[in-house]
Design a protein around this ligand. Structure first.
Ligand code: HEC
Ligand code: HEC
Ligand code: HEC
Length: 135
């Protein structure tokens, strides 16, 4: 009896695993004809956006100009500048995701948004920028 259960359990497990492999996972999304998994890790984006497959991104970590929207791997909020930034616990409600308290690609991009640039929110009047920068 117990053995039979064990085998059917194993079979069920294999079937479920097969289905899991067969269908796109919950975090996967079709992105310009490619299946992309979305985690908060920027390497998941850089793997393509290094200029080989997707458009390159100028990643700004040190010299951040206003013409570059890409400031990543920055501690949020920056130490000593807390009053200039929206509280971190208010960001999730706006769709902004931090990774280990740092700004990453998915802080500004949501690949599930089919609109141009796949932003987490409209950036009319720099709304996205002001979602974090309150001063
Ligand atoms: C499997 C490769 C691949 C991965 C992984 C990938 N992208 Fe892309 N991405 C592309 C391609 C291809 C395009 C379209 C390029 C084009 O049309 O010129 C694109 C376009 C974009 C665009 C521009 C869309 C537009 O409207 O102009 C954004 C923004 C973007 N990707 C963000 C991301 C982010 C953020 C991640 C990580 C979460 C990511 N991508 C992961 C391949 C990828
Ligand atoms: C602080 C917000 C922010 C972060 C962080 C960010 N982006 Fe963007 N990204 C934008 C905005 C806004 C645009 C729209 C284009 C513009 O305004 O220049 C954009 C545009 C893009 C584009 C299209 C560029 C083009 O010229 O067609 C790609 C690709 C892209 N981002 C990928 C990434 C990747 C990959 C990362 C992580 C390494 C990232 N972004 C991090 C805000 C951000
Ligand atoms: C997810 C939150 C977030 C969003 C959204 C965001 N920023 Fe930032 N931004 C930061 C953080 C954190 C820093 C790093 C500040 C530091 O280290 O002092 C920064 C730095 C900057 C800097 C460099 C100046 C400085 O103080 O170092 C500029 C310029 C800038 N952001 C412009 C923008 C623009 C333009 C947008 C909209 C496209 C934008 N930001 C959206 C979080 C954000």
């Amino acid at each position: 009896m117990r053995k039979a259960y064990g085998i059917s359990g194993l079979l069920l497990g294999m079937i479920l695993f097969g289905l899991w492999l067969r269908f796109p996972h919950a975090e996967q999304v079709m992105h310009h004809g490619l299946e992309v998994k979305i985690t908060a890790d920027l390497s998941d984006c850089i793997v393509c956006h290094d200029g080989m497959v997707g458009p390159t991104v100028s990643i700004c970590t040190v010299d951040c100009k206003f013409t570059s929207p890409h400031s990543i791997l920055k501690e949020y909020p920056p130490f000593g500048k807390e009053q200039e930034y929206a509280p971190a616990d208010k960001l999730a409600a706006k769709g902004i995701i931090l990774q280990n308290h740092k700004v990453t690609c998915v802080s500004c991009h949501n690949l599930k948004n089919p609109q141009k640039y796949h932003l987490v929110m409209e950036n009319n009047g720099s709304a996205l920028c002001y979602a974090c920068h309150i001063k």
